[in-house]
Design a protein around this ligand. Structure first.
Ligand code: SER
Length: 315
């Protein structure tokens, strides 16, 4: 497999060694995308670029430009690839729990694990962008330019996963609202104090990054006829912020974490479901996380952050 990577910033040296070519650029740059489309035949497009939910609230027009226009640019890019190659090209799109919007905590508690089609009333610019782009994917696959004399159908094979909050041992996200979990962990591991911006009882689903990566490549590999939907929710574990704190404190007893809720960011997390029903993904393409809450911390996050911040375990 040869990967052509496009990002605003060059990736680290290890990632570069895994790529056939690294291009530094912007998905808003149509000339750049045209140039790439003319140079290569792509089997699949993974569209991972986005402004996350907190940043999108602060800059909604920029969010629309990156999250929506950027997605349209890549969908058009994929249509042109399909024409060039005379076959359907896969388009992998990560969406988010942020497409859901629960009106209040009582409803959130009552709703429990939400299915893909429930509570799709996002309250954030990011959630609205993601929900719209899911629907654009369906449009480009099935209805694109439906009034043309010879419509271009079948050009895009759109596959989407709605991810919960992702926790990586290697990178700290920026601009998200589920960031309190990775921020708390990385702050504790690197000996910094941390003010957690949500209440201890706050609960949303999370996932360890290796499971998220595995899910995308598994969804890419599955034969189309096994997929009953274009958009799948997946989950792994759904701890409260207090449970995350307890786990972090267990690994780093010196951790200095305080809960200082930011009521506005709290409101965003409170509108997201307590967990997701991922039975469609389990049934259709065998989704199953490797990492539950304990394994995510014991076997992945704690050893890797210890290595990253060069501290012996348990300090
Ligand atoms: N992690 C995202 C955010 O916090 C949600 O998908 O914005």
């Amino acid at each position: 497999m040869r990967i052509v990577a496009l990002d605003l910033h060059p990736p680290d040296a290890f990632v570069q060694t895994r790529c056939h070519r690294v291009v530094t650029g912007d998905i808003s740059d149509i000339a750049l995308l045209d140039n790439l489309a003319a140079t290569y035949d792509f089997d699949a497009v993974y569209h991972l670029a986005a402004l996350l939910s907190t940043k999108s609230e602060r800059q909604p027009r920029l969010a629309n430009k990156v999250n929506v226009d950027g997605t349209i640019n890549l969908l058009e890019f994929t249509v042109s690839q399909a024409r060039q190659q005379g076959r359907a090209i896969k388009f992998l799109y990560p969406s988010s729990i942020a497409v859901h919007g629960l009106p209040d905590l009582a409803t959130k508690a009552r709703a429990g694990k939400v299915c893909e089609d429930d509570w799709c009333e996002p309250t954030t610019m990011y959630g609205i962008n993601k929900l719209y782009c899911e629907r654009l994917g369906r449009y480009y696959e099935t209805y694109y330019r439906q009034l043309d004399a010879a419509p271009t159908v079948g050009g895009i094979d759109f596959r989407c996963i709605r991810f919960p909050g992702l926790i990586s041992a290697l990178t700290v996200p920026t601009g998200g609202t589920s960031d309190y979990a990775p921020e708390m962990l990385h702050a504790a591991a690197s000996g910094r104090s941390y003010a957690c911006f949500v209440r201890p009882d706050t609960t949303i689903p999370f996932m360890a990054m290796p499971d998220a990566i595995e899910a995308l490549s598994r969804l890419e590999a599955v034969p189309r006829e096994r997929l009953s939907r274009k958009v799948y929710s997946i989950g792994s574990f759904a701890p409260s912020a207090a449970q995350i704190y307890d786990r972090v404190k267990q690994a780093f007893p010196m951790a200095d974490v305080k809960f200082v809720p930011d009521l506005k960011r709290q409101g965003i997390v409170d509108s997201w479901p307590v967990d997701v029903d991922d039975s469609a993904a389990r049934r259709d393409w065998g989704w199953e996380p490797v990492f539950d809450f304990d394994r995510a911390f014991d076997d992945y996050l704690i050893p890797a952050v210890n290595k990253r911040y060069r501290q012996p375990p348990g300090r």
